[in-house]
Write a protein that binds this ligand. Structure first.
Ligand code: HEM
Length: 399
């Protein structure tokens, strides 16, 4: 029997894991001639491909429908040394120390959104629309130093850029316009900070320097602007989806939820387990720069290949009882943030804000139910998660 894996299928959006199991066991080096791509699912194969960036290139895009088409100039779509130069520059503003100082501010943002949503007191909160869709962009805005009065506009534009109409993978007209507003906004913000430096990350990015060919190098305005656009996309939808997925599986596994309610510090590990068990970014695409052999099969130069990190978390060769959601599981490494040169730049920020969000919601509604009739899944070839997830709780019981 041949396995049929179609990344665009709506059935797959509902539950890709049975197909992943078939791939893992029957077709670890999968070829789909109809849609013209290859796919890896086993943990060791995925890890090796992430590490071998010289063979598995990001430079032609990393999302199936974009690969081989004109793509924006973003470091996520570059190979070293171009990517390394940008990454070294922005790293200076993205250190763990910088991120760690944001804990109180992030908690205040989360509490603000939750206070407003729970003030309705009607026993119902759409955890995506009322909370997880709002938090990440506000956090990125805080990180960058975007003032509070501009954040609704920036969040709105970013969401419009990301929005896709059903059946159409392209950016909408409204999205294009929003992209232009965002670029304009960032161009002005950069200009202001050049004239008058502030104590924020945007200013640090403008001032960041690395030594290259014996000369100090800085980011150009267009590189800074492109980087902000990357943050608004890479750091926005992923966190929104990760959190909603976590709330879904915690509802499905009330014993696991109780563990977190009793010991909120465990939320840190629950974030890692969700990234292993059901990550928002399911695969990372690459194009082969030369023939590669995996498990005895030759994948030809020029092939489009998907590293399905979403499947690698369910590989029994790496994880015991992989289909069990276990917030106490000891995980040495998972591929939910990718690996190697492109390892998620925002991983510490994502971990911090996700832990805070889980803690704050569970402290208020430790025993919610999901209203299954209202659940909406999003449809995308590589991002997995909910567009709407209504949680219900006894009215008046939220703490
Ligand atoms: C749970 C949330 C997140 C997940 C699951 C996630 C996942 C990923 C993955 C899998 C990659 C690797 C892409 C590849 O190998 O082609 C990546 C890269 C990246 N992520 Fe994240 N991400 C998350 C949150 C964030 C946040 C909050 C930010 C920033 C504020 C961010 C910024 C980036 C950037 C800039 C890159 C590109 C790095 C590079 O190309 O060197 N991400 N992310």
């Amino acid at each position: 029997m041949t396995v049929d894996y179609d990344p665009y299928s709506y059935e797959l959006d509902a539950d890709p894991y049975p197909v992943y199991r078939e791939l893992l066991e029957q077709a670890p080096v999968y070829h789909n001639p109809r849609q013209d791509f290859w796919a890896l699912t086993r943990f060791d194969h995925c890890l090796a491909a992430f590490l071998d960036w010289e063979t598995y290139s990001s430079a032609q895009g990393t999302v199936l429908e974009l690969m081989g088409k004109p793509i924006p100039t973003l470091m996520i779509f570059m190979d070293p040394p171009r990517q390394t130069r940008l990454r070294n520059l922005v790293n200076q503003a993205f250190t763990l120390r910088q991120i760690g100082t944001l804990e109180d501010e992030i908690r205040a943002i989360a509490v603000g959104h939750l206070d407003r949503a729970f003030a309705r007191g009607d026993g119902r909160i759409d955890i995506v629309k009322d909370f997880t869709a709002k938090l990440p962009m506000d956090v990125i805005s805080t990180l960058l130093g975007i003032p509070e009065h501009d954040r609704d506009a920036v969040r709105g534009w970013s969401n419009d850029v990301l929005h896709r109409d059903p059946g159409n993978p392209g950016v909408t007209e409204r999205g294009m316009q929003a992209g232009a507003f965002l670029s304009q906004y960032f161009a002005e913000a950069i200009e202001t900070r050049r004239k008058q430096p502030r104590d924020d990350i945007m200013t640090q990015l403008i001032q960041a320097e690395v030594e290259e060919d014996g000369r100090p190098q800085r980011l150009s305005d267009s590189e800074i602007s492109a980087f902000f656009m990357l943050l608004a996309t890479a750091g926005n939808e992923t966190v929104t989806k990760l959190l909603a997925t976590a709330f879904y599986w915690l509802w499905w596994n009330p014993d696991q939820r109780k563990l977190l309610v009793d010991d909120p510090a465990l939320c840190r590990n629950a974030v890692e387990e969700t990234l292993r068990f059901d990550p928002p970014s399911q695969y990372q695409g690459r194009v082969l720069t030369r023939d590669a052999e995996v498990d005895g099969t030759i994948i030809p130069k020029g092939a489009r290949l998907l590293i399905i990190n979403g499947a690698s978390g369910r590989d029994p060769r790496k994880f015991d009882d992989p289909d069990r959601f276990d917030v106490q599981r000891e995980i040495d490494v998972h591929l939910g943030f990718g690996y190697g040169r492109h390892f998620c730049l925002g991983a510490s920020l994502a971990r911090l804000e996700s832990r805070i969000a889980l803690q704050e919601v569970l402290a208020r509604i430790p025993e919610y139910e999901v209203d299954e009739a209202g659940v909406e899944r999003m449809h995308s070839s590589n991002v997995r998660g909910f567009a709407g997830l209504p949680l219900v709780y006894p009215p008046g019981s939220a703490r």
